[in-house]
Design a binder for this molecule. Structure first.
Ligand SMILES: NC(=O)c1ccc[n+]([C@@H]2O[C@H](COP(=O)([O-])OP(=O)(O)OC[C@H]3O[C@@H](n4cnc5c(N)ncnc54)[C@H](OP(=O)(O)O)[C@@H]3O)[C@@H](O)[C@H]2O)c1
Length: 319
């Protein structure tokens, strides 16, 4: 690990995917901290699957720092329904961003891997060095293979071009701006929506996917944004770095917490014919802790504020 200088407040920072869960949190974080030269483009204006459009955008805007929070992301149902797009879109987006970054001399680049690209049966808590050591979870294999190519791409650029590009491996995230769509969303936002609708409709039963037994770690996206800012200021290493809270609970326990927050008092049923996904996903966050960062937002508080955001915005994504 070598030394990098903290991000300059004047740096032109392109946040790809700035309207998404992660990108919007990074935008909030950096604007709050006085970064005034932030650049973002909605996908309708700049489709990052298009290599030429991406290159032209880099030529015109000349970002110094890129945070690659644009990707096709989704829960088990979306991954199962559209595996072709999960591999094709994600490979193209990350290749176009990384190729353009190298061509136009981008100084710092933050790529996102994910806790779900580790082997399905990795020892828990999952250490960074277990990457690529075993069989992947089938339900999101396309997404994971695309992301693994991105991790390798960042490492290749570091070796060949000596650029301090890094990969961050977030755990499961939630927060304002999340995808609450019942088909494509992750389990926590879809639970919030289901329980909210059950209260609204006076329903006495809600059925959730799977058995409720798998264990998941959940981190508020504002914590992730703070960690990414911290890492951009100081982290320069070829090894991806885990970002999580270091604790997990069963999906059933999360459901109880969501029900209590939303005020749902009916029955929670489980549908074991639907896939559970990987049995446990808990990141080992010792390397990040040793650098001096740890998560701050308790899950109860995070779910409460996310629910408040949902009540205000519904399913809409922020503009
Ligand atoms: N959410 C999690 O739990 C989680 C966990 C680990 C890692 N990550 C990683 O974090 C990153 C961001 O995820 P997220 O949860 O913030 O996803 P998200 O909320 O779905 O946002 C993704 C963003 O990507 C943009 N995008 C998608 N396709 C695009 C395209 N073809 N061209 C340009 N932009 C495109 C979208 O832009 P528009 O809104 O303009 O369409 C959207 O804002 C991803 O790399 C993901 O793998 C997420």
């Amino acid at each position: 690990m070598t030394d990098v200088a903290p991000l300059s407040r004047n740096a032109r920072i392109y946040i790809a995917g700035h309207r998404g869960l992660v990108g919007s949190a990074l935008w909030r974080r950096l604007s709050d901290r006085g970064f005034e030269n932030l650049v973002g483009r909605p996908s309708a204006e700049l489709d990052l699957r298009d290599a030429r459009a991406t290159a032209e955008f880099f030529d015109r805007t000349r970002p110094q720092v890129v945070i690659a929070a644009a990707a096709l992301v989704g829960g088990i149902a979306a991954n199962a329904a559209r595996p072709t797009e999960f591999i094709s879109d994600n490979v193209r987006i990350q290749v176009n961003l990384l190729d353009s970054a190298v061509s136009w001399g981008v100084e710092r680049f933050l790529f996102f891997g994910s806790s779900c690209i580790y082997p399905k049966f990795a020892d828990q808590p999952i250490r960074e060095d277990s990457l690529l050591t075993g069989q992947l979870e089938e339900s999101n294999q396309s997404y994971a293979v695309a992301k693994l190519a991105g991790v390798a791409h960042v490492q290749a650029i570091r070796r060949q071009h000596r650029l301090p590009y890094i990969t961050v491996m977030p755990t499961n995230l939630y927060g304002p701006g999340d995808n609450f769509d019942l088909e494509s969303g992750h389990f926590l936002p879809t639970m919030i929506r289901r329980f909210h609708q059950a209260v609204r409709d006076g329903a006495s039963e809600v059925t959730c996917w799977g058995t409720g037994r798998p264990r998941r770690e959940l981190m508020h996206v504002d914590d992730l944004a703070e960690a990414c800012h911290f890492l951009l200021d100081c982290y320069d290493d070829y090894r991806p770095i885990n970002v999580g809270i270091g604790r997990d609970m069963t999906i059933g326990e999360v459901a109880d917490l969501v029900a209590a927050t939303v005020g749902y008092r009916g029955k929670i049923l489980w549908d074991p014919s639907k896939p559970d996904g990987t049995p446990q996903k808990l990141l080992d966050v010792h390397r990040l802790a040793d650098l001096g960062w740890s998560a701050k937002i308790p899950l109860e508080e995070g779910i409460r504020t996310t629910y408040e955001w949902y009540r205000e915005h519904g399913e809409a994504r922020p503009e």
